[in-house]
Design a protein. Structure first.
Lengths: 238, 240
């Protein structure tokens, strides 16, 4: 547990937080990258999932796509995208992370719309609602818990995978860890590695806890029980 | 001869040119041919690490699932702990494990991989066990099966689809996760992906590593799906 002690010593040094490229800078970078990635993922995953769920088609394709992304290493996308016209810097990192945010958002949106009782849909149609009205007034409100669950899964996964951006100098908290390896174990890098690991892990757990609270808030009381909190499990960040 | 590249192929550059011109194609048979032994050893390491991780995880996960199936009060804590561990990013887990275990040893990567695979396996095995119908269990008890006999002859076979789903998920995500081991130079094919990036953005090396990685995951997934069909002939008959 010697390294854990060194890690806490490292964390207790204020300079390690306020230095340029220190923990605070990296944290801000990490959150910014994650935010854009999740927003991009939402912009793609939600409309597509809602549309497919509304039409009631493409379920097989959604599952296949989600399973396929499970097999693609994050590292591969992180290294390939900068070599495409996207160029270097933050955009390829954001796109790479967004690719892994889409499956949980898409799958949960689809499931959320499909799990609605068909009788409810029939009743809404019988009342004369058009397709668009049906989506806005009936289907979307009823699938809010699923959309929230998807957002939570995707956000936690993005925050976790954003650490891998350090492999391609993409910034974020992973830089603290890789810089620790750069210093080397014999020169006291171990403390910094462990400190980076602790902060990244805590950040992921914090995001998970906050979004679990959000998910609970937006779920109507009547829907809170008898439903798994996570219809689609997250994949470990690879 | 380089695939996808135009014009006469010059003497092959040690590092790819940075301009991404014709000398740096996305895929090149020449690269595969010239580096066959390195590629094979990376693939072998990758597959071996995946196999070790999944097998160890399976050996630990099944008893855990059975224990929490027999003593239901344990289910909550085991699943909650698995949820928390699952949330911890792979890079963070590796950064916490590696300094203690050894920053040059693949045991560090193995431990992280086993932990992730463990959680998927326990969850799915438990789900498989709990959805064995109560009537089936009663019937088995009525036929005189003891607790162990019932588990071995009735419940585990009926939970096989759940266990196999977990095994497939765990295998596919483990193949992708091994690449994170590049942090300590034990990433198998991830070493090729990252190596190509560092080697002046050598696209052919990156792409070969990526294709092999995805291919390995798909092949293992299909193999396990086939194994599942062999092991559960009753499910096939019902579907047909």
């Amino acid at each position: 547990m010697n390294y854990f002690h060194e890690g806490f010593v490292w964390l207790n040094d204020p300079l390690n937080w306020t230095n340029p490229g220190g923990m605070l800078d990296r944290l801000q970078e990490h959150l910014l990258i994650s935010l854009w990635a999740v927003l991009l993922g939402c912009a793609i995953g939600w409309p597509l999932g809602i549309w497919l769920g509304h039409r009631g088609r493409g379920g097989g394709a959604v599952i296949t796509f989600a399973n396929l992304t499970l097999a693609v290493p994050t590292l591969a996308l992180l290294t390939i995208l900068p070599l495409t016209p996207l160029g270097f810097g933050k955009p390829p990192v954001v796109v790479a992370l967004a690719v892994f945010a889409v499956p949980p958002l898409l799958a949960n949106a689809y499931t959320g719309l499909r799990q609605i009782d068909p009788e409810t849909r029939d009743a809404a149609r019988g009342m004369g609602l058009s397709g668009g009205q049906l989506v806005r007034r009936v289907e979307l409100p009823l699938s809010v818990p699923y959309l929230a669950a998807g957002l939570r899964t995707a956000a936690v996964q993005v925050v976790a995978t954003a650490a891998l951006a350090a492999f391609v100098n993409g910034g974020g908290l992973g830089e603290i860890i890789s810089a620790g390896f750069g210093i080397g174990m014999s020169n006291g890098g171990g403390g910094q590695i462990v400190a980076g690991g602790i902060v990244v892990a805590l950040l992921a757990l914090l995001v998970e806890a906050v979004l679990a609270g959000v998910q609970r808030l937006v779920t109507p009381a009547a829907l809170r029980t008898g439903r798994p909190s996570r219809p689609t499990a997250a994949a470990p960040a690879g | 001869m380089s695939f996808l590249s135009r014009g006469p192929a010059p003497a092959w550059p040690l590092a790819a040119p940075a301009d991404g011109g014709p000398g740096n194609p996305w895929f090149s048979w020449r690269y595969v041919h010239d580096n066959a032994s390195e590629i094979l050893s990376a693939l072998q390491f990758h597959a071996g690490l995946t196999a070790r991780a999944v097998i160890i995880a399976l050996i630990v996960a099944l008893p855990l699932a059975v224990v929490s199936y027999w003593w239901r009060p344990l289910t909550g804590p085991i699943l909650a702990l698995s949820g928390i561990l699952y949330t911890i990013p792979s890079l963070a887990l590796l950064a916490l494990v590696a300094p203690a275990v050894g920053t040059t040893s693949d045991t560090s990567v193995l431990i992280a991989l086993v932990l992730y695979a463990l959680l998927v396996l326990v969850r799915n095995a438990l789900a498989g066990l709990t959805q064995v119908p109560a009537e089936v269990r009663d019937a088995a008890a009525g036929m005189g099966y003891g607790r162990l006999g019932r588990l071995w002859r009735i419940e585990l076979p009926l939970a096989l689809p759940g266990i196999l789903t977990g095994l497939r998920l765990a295998t596919v995500s483990t193949v992708a996760l091994v690449t994170v081991g590049s942090l300590i130079g034990k990433g198998g094919l991830g070493e090729m992906i990252l190596g190509g990036f560092r080697n002046n953005f050598y696209k052919a090396e990156i792409m070969t590593g990526t294709i092999l990685c995805v291919g390995l995951a798909l092949v293992l997934d299909l193999a396990l799906a086939g194994l599942g069909r062999l092991l559960t002939p009753w499910a096939r008959e019902r579907a047909a």
